[in-house]
Design a protein around this ligand. Structure first.
Ligand code: CA2
Length: 154
């Protein structure tokens, strides 16, 4: 049974493969912030709503976390990393759990290699935020909370 949608909202935050390397390499593409830096800002910005997060380099671990989120979360914020462009399994999981999900990317994937222009997940997400560095997460968080507020009011 899905949770009744009432604030404060419990939010699942997922980071896909290689995002544990943030802040250590490729700063021109992904910025200098670490994942811990970004998460600390998000936790502060989300209050009074709460975040529970997972970074994993394993598709199945991300899928298990999504399945479990159904029992405790109202919505999902996800940077699926390169699984964005390849994972039908992640797409099926997002579709199956029926929680509003916002997809975020640090970089503007449309200004990069052609294989990054397609998201297999976008059709099962409420929307996407991309290209704003760590603030893509922040704007995505606001979008997710606004979506939940709309659904709780209606
Ligand atoms: O822009 C994004 O947020 C991406 O989801 C990042 C993924 C990429 O495959 C997507 O196309 C767009 C890659 C994450 C790799 O993160 C690194 C961080 C630091 C150093 C190396 C990789």
């Amino acid at each position: 049974m899905p949770l009744p949608i009432r604030p404060p909202f419990a939010l699942a935050l997922l980071h896909g493969p290689n995002l544990n390397l943030l802040g250590t390499r490729e700063p021109t593409v992904y910025g200098r912030d670490t994942l811990a830096d970004i998460e600390a800002r998000l936790v502060a910005a989300a209050a009074p709503h709460t975040l529970r997060s997972l970074q994993s380099n394993h598709e199945g671990a991300l899928i298990d976390f999504l399945h479990e989120a159904r029992s405790w979360a109202h919505g999902v914020l996800i940077n699926p990393g390169a699984y964005t462009h390849s994972s039908y399994a992640l797409r099926d999981a997002i579709s199956a759990i029926e929680l509003p999900t916002v997809e975020v990317h640090l970089s503007n994937v449309h200004a990069r290699e052609p294989f990054r222009h397609t998201s297999l997940l976008a059709p099962v997400c409420v929307g996407q935020v991309l290209g704003f560095g760590w603030r893509s997460y922040l704007f995505g968080l606001h979008a997710l909370i606004a979506t939940l507020e709309d659904r709780s009011a209606g």
